[in-house]
Design a protein around this ligand. Structure first.
Ligand code: ZN
Length: 594
């Protein structure tokens, strides 16, 4: 006998050999035991999960000279013939090869003859979804009234492509993708029989790249053995599959954490020069970041991360170096890169650009990038327990305002690219606002449903803002872009200029936080409602007077500005301001007083 591939040599021969399909196997065994064999079965599932192997074992179980039995002997003539595909009672039809027209026609003619070797005639129709319509119809006629001794087993990767009339006549079994452990067990078994030494890392690498298909896994093992002989290690698997070693992935992440662009580019070039596939490298990196994210966010990672224990420990250490926001941002960049790589013929340049983006967060002007830096800033402030003095506080507000303006700019760029969407949602909002009952009277001094007058709330507003600032600096920055406008029933109305859509939406998103702080400060439950200035029907009349007053104050302020100069310099030296400047790569243009 010539060379037989490992896959064919170690094809499962009994139900016990079928990996990972416990439910399917148990149900079939029970059916045999109880003599409740159906006339048509549908085996669905991804490729290489054991559908045809199971079909053949079922055929053997039924036709074995000792059968029907759940343990076909494998020795008798019938078993032997089924095993080497020469039984005339077990007919395999590959619908993919010629769409099955001739075979189904033949099937219809021959189906009326009794089985000659065993008890049953078993038709195994592989890739059944590929049958032509004519073949389907012919098959359907036979399925409607199958002779007592005929069993059909339809195997398919795409059950949805089968006619409902066929589906309804079959007993369906779903074969699941095999777990990495199921595959490793089988690989280890085969290696033992073949006297091959397979390291655990190599087994994991093969099982992972087979993506749940046993046939692929065994074929890869076969290839690696041809390459390396009887000692199979991770390097051999990596060489055959063009995989990037885990060590390289860990190194790459360390470089990203340390933000070393040049080292990143060097490593990438090393990987490329080793002949690794760029897309494969990026996919592996995405998978590595995904593992870091799972490690960070999930308490129990068992079954979620498929790596040997010592690697998981390293993963744990590395996950501590990155925040969840950073991980999400990095994964986003990589996923985008992966998509671009698939349709580009400049993969190397794209990869290098990607590495620069990954290692230099400060050049990332996407919204996610800016938010990421804002989070870093928040954490720095929290870490320092920064408690500003009264006039310094104004400055930090200013700085945060500058940041939000940056975000606003980005938002506007985004908005411009989807003008229609913006228009529609704006219209909706306007309609929504008009539905709200309006309050015509001056609510400034009136005591409201909430038991609070607008004036009282206004008095406490700066305290409330300060609480919010200490709790969530970002929400504070968004909120200060709006103005306290009125109280209507239990609704506290906050007005935003029409071009402050982004801030308004963010305040809406954080309504619960703001309402919580209000409750703590005023002892009353109020609902925060945001409106655009142009739709604001709640406005307190007094506002216009106040604005005039405010304008006067501003004029006065500018006169005093010379006096502030000395103070300004002190402010620029402030550590918080320095942090802001460093994180956003900015400079102080002016120092304003409110
Ligand atoms: Zn037998």
């Amino acid at each position: 006998m010539g060379y037989l591939s490992l896959y064919r040599k170690w094809r499962p021969q009994s139900f016990a050999d079928i990996a990972g399909q416990k439910n399917v196997v148990e149900t079939l065994k029970n059916a045999i035991r109880l003599d409740r064999i159906a006339h048509a079965y549908l085996f669905c599932g991804p490729r290489g999960t054991g559908k045809t192997s199971t079909a053949k074992i079922l055929a053997k179980s039924l036709n074995c000279s000792e059968g029907p039995t759940i343990d076909p002997c494998g020795e008798c003539e019938v078993c032997q013939k089924i095993q080497n595909n020469s039984s005339i009672d077990v007919i395999e039809i590959d619908a993919a090869s010629n769409r099955g027209i001739d075979e189904i026609r033949e099937l219809r003619e021959k189906v009326k003859f009794f089985p000659t070797e065993g008890n049953y005639k078993v038709y195994i129709i592989d890739e059944a979804h590929m049958l032509t319509k004519e073949a389907f119809n012919a098959l359907l006629k036979t399925l409607e009234e199958p002779p007592e001794y005929v069993i059909f087993i339809l195997a398919t990767t795409e059950p949805h492509a089968l006619l409902p009339t066929i589906l309804s006549r079959c007993q369906r079994f779903d074969f699941s993708r095999l777990s990495v452990n199921d595959i490793i067990d089988r690989l280890n078994f085969i290696c033992e029989q073949e006297d091959v030494k397979l390291t655990s890392e190599a087994g994991v690498a093969i099982a992972r790249s087979a993506e749940g298909g046993m046939r692929d896994a065994i074929s890869i093992l076969d290839q690696v053995i041809s390459y390396s002989g009887n000692q199979v290690g991770l390097d051999d698997v990596a060489a055959v599959l063009g995989l990037v070693e885990e060590a390289v992935l860990f190194e790459m992440v360390n470089i990203i954490v340390k933000q070393k662009v040049d080292e990143g580019i060097k490593l990438v070039n090393k990987v490329i020069n080793q002949g690794k596939d760029i897309l494969q490298f990026v996919s592996s990196l995405i998978n590595h970041f995904r593992n870091l994210l799972i490690q960070k966010e999930c308490e129990i990672t068992e079954g979620l991360i498929e790596l040997p224990n010592e690697q998981i420990k390293k993963l744990e250490e590395q996950a501590a170096d990155l925040t969840t926001e950073e991980l999400l941002r990095l994964i986003n960049i990589l996923v985008e890169l992966e998509t671009e790589l698939k349709r580009s013929n400049q993969p190397r340049i794209l990869l290098e650009m990607g590495i620069i983006k990954l290692t230099k967060p400060e050049i990332d002007t996407s919204l996610a990038g800016v938010l990421d830096r804002l989070t870093t800033l928040e954490e720095k402030i929290k870490g320092k327990n920064y408690l500003p003095a009264k006039d310094e506080r104004q400055i930090s507000n200013e700085e945060v305002k500058e940041v939000t303006e940056k975000i606003q700019d980005i938002e506007q760029i985004n908005d411009q690219s989807v003008p229609d969407e913006k228009l529609v949602s704006k219209k909706e909002e306007r309609a929504e606002d008009k539905n709200v009952q309006t309050d015509d009277g001056d609510s400034s001094a009136e005591v409201n449903e909430s038991g609070l007058s607008f004036a009282e709330i206004k008095d406490k507003w700066s305290d409330i803002l300060e609480y919010i600032r200490q709790k969530e600096i970002r929400t504070h920055a968004m909120l200060t872009e709006g103005r306290l406008s009125a109280i209507n029933g239990n609704n506290l109305i906050i007005e935003f200029d029409n071009n402050r859509r982004f801030h308004k939406e963010n305040v809406d998103r954080k309504r619960e936080v703001i309402e919580g702080v209000i409750r703590k400060n005023l002892g009353k439950k109020l609902k925060v409602k945001t409106v655009f200035a142009e739709n604001n029907n709640y406005k307190v009349k007094e506002n216009s007077k106040q604005e005039e007053k405010k304008r006067k104050n501003e004029v006065k302020d500018s006169k005093e500005s010379n006096l502030d100069k000395v103070k300004d310099e002190r402010i620029i030296e402030d550590p918080l301001v320095k942090d802001v400047l460093e994180i956003f790569d900015g400079e102080v243009l002016k120092v304003k007083k409110d």
